[in-house]
Write a protein that binds this ligand. Structure first.
Ligand code: GLV
Ligand code: MG
Length: 326
């Protein structure tokens, strides 16, 4: 291990994160009853400019009056390039900050963006006498943000998670895509001839792979949770599940749900399976036995188990423990 130790963000379940427009208060109760680990009430892109003010009021009322039970609550503020952002923070934090756990900052471009919000939040918290510090969820969704993702991830002790905002990222990089978070046949490999008939196969690729990979490294190197963003076609559960599985395979802890129907798929994919956890427990038991016998590596079911396997197994068992106590 490096001498540099990575401080981990507070452990929170973040398998599913439900987006709820602040301008649609009729959706709030359902969100509170849903199985989402985190609910973010949105003031940004799902709210039209003329509705911003009313949406703020709706959110303040909802945070104070609705029984959100143990739900982790987040507020997506408007971007730092708008004139809405300061009021989003001042109004909502002053009037309902006690019930907020997280603030989601969209389109973060530089570490200074995070610093600016941190400064404002710190002042409001101190003036309001709040004891529980609010954490930050940062959406990486522009070319600038992706370029500076490492500095952004390290920019504040409030940082808890990095989110891949694929819709704005596509717009910012001018990627050729039509559905949010979907795939594009143009991003594929055409094989050479497979047989004497000259038949060739097309293998679709994941055009988001590089961005997802870069973000997961920045998040993990700074002790933050990597969370995958939206999948727009909520009538395509299989496409959603496939995208969630790709993200989970890379190390992501969760995925957004832009529709309540997507929550169960995110929770399912992002929870470790019973067999996986049982195997992790076997690994830990086998390694404990090996350590007692002075051995550093053992084989279990015909596969080599070493210290790296222990660390992976510990992560899984810890996640299973969190789920049980959730
Ligand atoms: C989320 O905000 C996105 O742009 O994908
Ligand atoms: Mg966005």
């Amino acid at each position: 291990m490096s001498f540099h130790s990575v401080t981990q963000a507070p452990a929170r379940l973040n398998r599913s994160e439900l987006a709820v427009p602040g301008s649609q208060p009729q959706m709030f109760e359902k969100a509170a009853q849903s199985g989402a680990d985190i609910v973010f009430l949105d003031l940004e892109d799902s709210v039209a400019p003329d509705d911003k003010e009313q949406a703020r009021k709706n959110i303040i009322e909802a945070l104070n009056d609705i029984d959100w039970n143990t739900k982790i609550m987040s507020l997506r503020i408007n971007g730092l390039d708008t004139h809405y952002m300061y009021r989003d923070l001042v109004d909502v934090l002053e009037q309902a900050g006690e019930r907020l756990d997280l603030i989601m900052i969209p389109k973060v471009g530089t570490a200074a963006d995070v610093y600016a919000v941190d400064m404002l939040v710190t002042q409001i918290e101190a003036a309001s006498g709040y004891r529980k510090p609010i954490g930050f969820e940062l959406i990486i969704e522009t070319a600038l943000g992706m370029q500076n993702v490492n500095e952004i991830a390290a920019a504040s002790r409030r940082n808890e998670s990095l989110h891949f905002g694929v819709a704005d990222y596509a717009a910012s990089t001018r990627a050729r895509t039509t559905t949010i978070g979907g795939v594009n046949q143009d991003y594929s490999v055409l094989t050479d001839a497979l047989d004497s008939t000259g038949a060739r196969a097309t293998h679709w690729g994941d055009m988001w792979h590089h961005a997802l990979s870069k973000l997961v490294v920045a998040a993990r190197a700074n002790g933050l949770r990597p969370v995958d963003g939206p999948f727009g076609d909520f009538s395509d559960p299989d496409g959603y599940t496939a995208a969630a599985k790709r993200a989970a395979a890379l190390g992501y802890e969760g995925k957004w749900a832009i529709h309540p129907s997507q929550i169960e798929f995110a929770n399912d994919v992002m929870s470790p399976g019973t067999e996986e956890v049982a195997r992790a427990r076997d690994i830990l038991a086998a390694m404990k036995q090996a350590a007692e016998q002075g051995r550093g590596a053992v084989s279990l079911g015909g596969r080599l188990i070493d210290y790296a396997s222990i660390r992976q197994a510990e992560v899984l068992v810890e996640k299973a423990r969190q789920l049980q106590t959730a």
